[in-house]
Design a binder for this molecule. Sequence first.
Ligand SMILES: [Zn+2]
Length: 314
Amino acid sequence: MSEHDEELGTPTINKIESLRLVITGVMVTLALSITLCVCLYYDSSCNTTSVRTQVYKQVTIPEYFAKYKDVIMEADRKVSDNVWQMRPCMHVCIQDLHGFFAMPLRQIVTPKQIRVPGDPRGYRKGVHQGIDFYGINSGDPVYASAPGVVIRIDKRYLPLEKAKRNELLKLCETKWNGTPGSVVTPRVDEPYGNVLDKLSGRQVLVYHGKNTQNEPIISLYAHLSRVNDKVNVNDIVTSDSIIGYVGNSGTSGEISGNGLLENHLHIELFVGGMYWTPKKESEIGQRQSVERYASLQATVLKELSGLIPSQSKQ
Ligand SMILES: [Zn+2]
């Protein structure tokens, strides 16, 4: 091949190269556009700000879970290795929790057996942060509501003494204007600590990983008669794992020694420092009409029965 041919050939190769570059550029732009559209779609379908402000209520103690920080760090590794695989939906649509948490009980529960999170609690002048299930028996098994890692399991629980409990309740009413650790009142320094925690009895906490906004997702199970001794902190549990048994620990029934009184399961579902409630902001800490309350009870049951579709499926 002569020098001349080579000179002739160069522009031809340049043209082909340019064409290739243009085609590659168009394809890259197309791929980026598609990726952006998908991201925007998930963002708009999952990051439902309006739903979020309606169904979550900020707890006044952002450090509520601070004491579990180290165990959460350890649990994070297990969550990313295992739990994401169990519930891959969590990556994109956990913000509103629809379809994430399941019933912690196996028996059939009717809406009337449910007390809704966000209700007023007169005896301690505070707000109820959890879902209560009544009409069940002491010793009934309690299951984790979603796959996760156990971050607290009270194996050495000691009941509050009657005098101490009464003192705390009196202070809630007269000095603190509500229960410390509840949504309406500030945290109280030691020696009182988190009073709400003391009134919750024997508990288990399960960490479910973080949502896309890096907020921890945690479920709490309270008033248990006993915990599953085979389960330990840092164990992976699924929604088929028994973590404890229904009881009345932390309630007036435990104090009075009446084994039957106040038996119920109390669970709290948290994202970041917010607990889940189907109530509107204006309804938190307020009583509702019978009709409205019945609809809230039904919503809780539907949510935990997986009957409310995930936002991303709509
Ligand atoms: Zn409760």
